[in-house]
Design a protein around this ligand. Structure first.
Ligand code: FE2
Length: 179
């Protein structure tokens, strides 16, 4: 289950209902998929063949199509990051700067962990959402954020897009953000 850390106060928000309520207030979609559906051998596997990626997409086909229908996504794929990813450190360095997109950024974690750092309302400021398998999150369009890995440095996630071509990161310079 996801956990929130508010950066200005170090306050942590735990528990499904509290996390969901907090994120709802911030305009961030948060849902959950049943991880028991995934074949056991894929729950801790971070280097995947195309066949295995398709197997994950097939496992969650109903959930993906439901989300797509509600929110207008037209394509989806699987992303994996782990120590086996070439230039992982360089990639993460590139990830770790605040940016925006003209469409929402939706990720469904199917294995491992990840963190979205998101700019919240003025009274909250930046907060981290620590995600685990089963967590589904969508950062609203034009909302400053970035994504990075947790200490285990491994994740598998489903990404859904409205327009794959239009999905570009626009840097967001924010003096209020502190690493
Ligand atoms: Fe992004």
């Amino acid at each position: 289950m996801a956990e929130i850390r508010i950066r200005n106060t170090n306050e942590r928000i735990k528990g499904n209902d509290n996390v969901k309520a907090f994120l709802e207030k911030q305009g961030v979609l948060f849902e959950h998929w049943d991880t028991d559906k995934l074949p056991e051998e894929l729950r801790e596997k971070f280097v995947l063949s195309d066949e295995e990626k398709n197997q994950i997409l097939a496992t969650y086909d109903a959930e993906i199509r439901d989300l797509a229908e509600r929110r207008g996504y037209r394509t989806w794929d699987i992303i994996t990051l782990s120590e086996a990813t070439p230039n992982l450190d360089e990639l993460l360095k590139k990830f770790e700067s605040v940016h925006t997109h003209t469409e929402d950024e939706v990720r469904a974690i199917t294995a491992g962990n990840g963190i979205f750092i998101i700019k919240g309302s003025d009274d909250v400021g930046y907060f981290d959402v620590e995600l685990e398998a089963g967590d589904v999150i969508s950062v609203p369009e034009n909302n400053p954020h970035f994504f990075t890995l947790m200490d285990n440095r491994q994740v598998v996630a489903v990404r859904l897009f409205i327009e794959t071509e239009g999905w570009i990161a626009h840097p967001f310079q924010d003096p209020a953000f502190q690493k």
